[in-house]
Design a protein around this ligand. Structure first.
Ligand SMILES: Cc1cc2nc3c(=O)[nH]c(=O)nc-3n(C[C@H](O)[C@H](O)[C@H](O)COP(=O)(O)OP(=O)(O)OC[C@H]3O[C@@H](n4cnc5c(N)ncnc54)[C@H](O)[C@@H]3O)c2cc1C
Length: 266
C-alpha cells in the first residue's frame, strides 16, 4: 500500500557522559558542548518500528530532527539503520525552544512534507524527558495518538490496534490512520547498521530546513514561541565524608553499623 512514515528523532547526550553535562546557572541552559551524543534510545525503537512497517507494506521512512548542526550525525545513523531520507530542522530561530515550540517546529515541517500515514516518536527522551512533544505534535496535526505503545498490529490497511502500557497491565486501543504513536523500549530490538547500509548513507537524501523554509511564524518557535522559560537551574551539591574503621573485621562491621545508626542512615 506504500505508507509514508515519519520518525521524530532527538539527539541527546550519551547517558554514560551525563556527569560531564554542566548547567549554565546564569542562563538556565544545559551546556552540552563536548559531551558525546547519541540518538535518544527510544527513538531508535521508534525508527525500528517504522522500518518494520515499511518492510511489510512498502513505503518510505523519513527521519526528522530539530537540533543543532551536529544533530545531522544522528540522522545519518538513522539513514544507516535503513531510513530513506533525513530532515534536519536547524536554525538559530529554533534555539531556546520549550516542548511546545519544539512541537510547533516539527508541525510546520510535517505540514510542508504533505502526506503522511504514520508518525513514530519515542515515548520520552533521556535528557529532558517530558514525554510532551509527541502528544503535542499530534494535537497540532489534529490526528489520533497513543503513548506508552508496547505493540502495534494492523487490523486493516487503515486501522491499527495498539497495546498501551498501564501501571498494572495494558489496554488495547484502536485508531485510524493517519496517527502518531509514542513507543516504549520493549516494543522491539533496534537493528544495527551494516557495513553495506553505512556505505549507502551518502546516496540518501539529507535536507536541511530553516524556519523560513517551513513557513514557521517567528512567534511560534524558539524562545519566542515558548510559553515556559527556565526560571533557574540548580546543581545538587553532593557532600562526602570519609571515616576509616579500625580493628578486626568484626569490630569494623560493628562500629560501622553503630555509626550508621547514629547518623540515622539505618
Ligand atoms: C523552558 C525550557 C527551555 C528550554 N531551552 C532549551 C534550549 O535552549 N536548548 C535546548 O537544546 N533545549 C532546551 N529545552 C529542552 C527542549 O525543550 C526539549 O529538549 C525539547 O522540547 C524536547 O523535549 P523532551 O526532551 O522533554 O522530549 P519528549 O517530549 O520527552 O520527547 C518525546 C519524543 O519526541 C520527539 N522529539 C523530542 N524532541 C525532538 C526534537 N528536537 N526533534 C525531533 N523529535 C523530537 C522524539 O521522538 C522523542 O522521543 C528547554 C526546555 C524547557 C522546558
Amino acid at each position: 500500500m506504500g505508507l509514508e512514515i515519519l520518525v521524530c528523532i532527538k539527539q541527546v547526550p550519551h547517558p554514560d557522559h551525563f556527569s560531564e553535562i554542566r548547567l549554565d546557572v546564569g542562563s538556565g541552559h544545559i551546556i552540552r558542548e563536548g559531551v558525546p551524543a547519541i540518538i535518544n534510545p527510544l527513538d531508535r525503537n521508534a525508527l525500528e518500528e517504522g522500518l518494520r512497517v515499511k518492510e511489510r507494506f512498502s513505503g518510505k521512512v523519513t527521519v526528522i530532527s530539530m537540533g543543532p548542526p551536529q544533530a545531522q550525525k544522528a540522522l545519518e545513523e538513522a539513514l544507516a539503520m535503513g531510513a530513506d531520507r533525513g530532515i534536519l530542522l536547524c536554525d538559530v530561530a529554533f534555539a531556546g525552544a520549550d516542548t511546545l515550540a519544539t512541537a510547533n517546529t516539527l508541525f510546520y515541517a510535517v505540514r510542508k512534507l504533505g502526506k503522511f500515514d504514520l508518525i513514530y516518536c519515542g515515548n520520552e527522551t533521556v535528557d529532558s524527558g517530558t514525554a510532551q512533544v509527541g502528544p503535542q505534535l499530534a494535537e497540532l496535526l489534529d490526528i489520533p495518538q497513543v503513548s506508552g505503545v508496547q505493540e502495534v498490529a494492523f487490523v486493516d490497511e487503515k486501522t491499527l490496534e495498539v497495546r498501551r502500557a498501564l501501571e498494572h497491565g495494558y489496554m488495547k486501543v484502536r485508531l485510524k490512520l493517519p496517527a502518531l504513536l509514542c513507543v516504549t523500549r520493549g516494543i522491539n530490538r533496534p537493528r544495527l547498521p551494516t557495513v553495506q547500509s553505512i556505505m549507502e548513507v551518502a546516496q540518501k537524501e539529507m535536507i536541511i530546513w530553516k524556519a523560513k523554509d517551513i513557513g514557521a511564524p517567528p512567534e511560534s518557535i524558539g524562545l519566542k514561541g515558548s510559553p515556559t522559560c527556565a526560571a533557574g537551574v540548580y546543581e545538587h551539591k553532593v557532600g562526602r565524608r570519609r571515616e576509616i574503621m579500625q580493628g578486626s573485621t568484626e569490630e569494623q562491621v560493628q562500629r560501622t553499623v553503630a555509626r550508621l545508626k547514629e547518623l540515622g542512615a539505618i
